[in-house]
Design a protein. Structure first.
Length: 217
């Protein structure tokens, strides 16, 4: 099954380092970042898991849950977490999904359905480095796919969450490289007449379709 932004995130029941979960129940009314790894005890992924542990308070502040996935058993995750704490200076403080049967990897279209557990190739593994942002409505809001040799930029994930949460509440969009507190763009679906009510401080319009205003509070 091919997933797209706006699709309902597939539900699943699976074991994690913090017990068995039903994914949709676990989400509850939160936002979620699901990020996956092809294998335990790998160098780039070790740095990523440690970094996410260090910045978890930033996700907590935004009402966002973090959950990792690796296509190895939960017992291996627990051993790996000791290495992560030792080398990255942070203890893994969020659940890690054990996916040795590739159930979630296939469900989320990271791997072809015909991939056999235990017989993955290096080329197969290369596709299991993804990031999904899922909203409280259980809809997929973002999908990112990273190569094996490039560590993920989780500061960018936080920036996207700020944009998603803002634009879900207000009729605005965020421009290139936008950061929290900067000016935003009035959504094209809003007429000038309605914009006067929604944005009483006004806006700058270098072009009729480009209306720039202060970020709503």
């Amino acid at each position: 099954m091919s997933l797209r932004i706006g699709d309902t995130a597939p539900n699943f029941q699976i074991d994690t380092t913090e017990g068995r979960i039903d994914f949709h129940e676990w989400i509850g009314d939160k936002w979620v970042v699901l990020f996956s790894h092809p294998k335990d005890f790998t160098p780039v992924c070790t740095t990523e898991l440690g970094y996410m542990a260090r910045i978890k308070p930033e996700f907590d502040r935004r009402n966002v849950k973090i959950i990792g996935l690796s296509a190895d058993p939960v017992d291996d995750h627990k051993k790996w977490s000791k290495d992560i704490e030792e080398t990255q200076g942070a203890k893994v403080n969020y659940p890690m999904i054990g996916d040795p049967e590739l159930k979630v990897a296939k469900l989320y279209d990271m791997l072809p359905a015909e991939t056999v557990p235990g017989k993955r190739t290096a080329a197969d593994n290369a596709t299991v480095r993804t990031v999904f942002i899922i909203g409280p409505d259980k809809k997929i809001k973002l999908m990112l796919f990273y190569p094996m040799t490039t560590g993920r930029n989780f500061d960018e994930v936080l920036r996207v969450i700020d944009s998603l949460q803002l634009t879900s509440k207000h009729k605005v969009a965020t421009p290139a490289n936008w950061k929290q507190g900067q000016d935003v763009i009035i959504a094209g679906s809003v007429s000038d007449e309605d914009a006067k009510k929604l944005f009483p401080k006004g806006w700058k319009a270098p072009k009729p379709y480009l209306r720039i205003t202060e970020q709503p509070k």
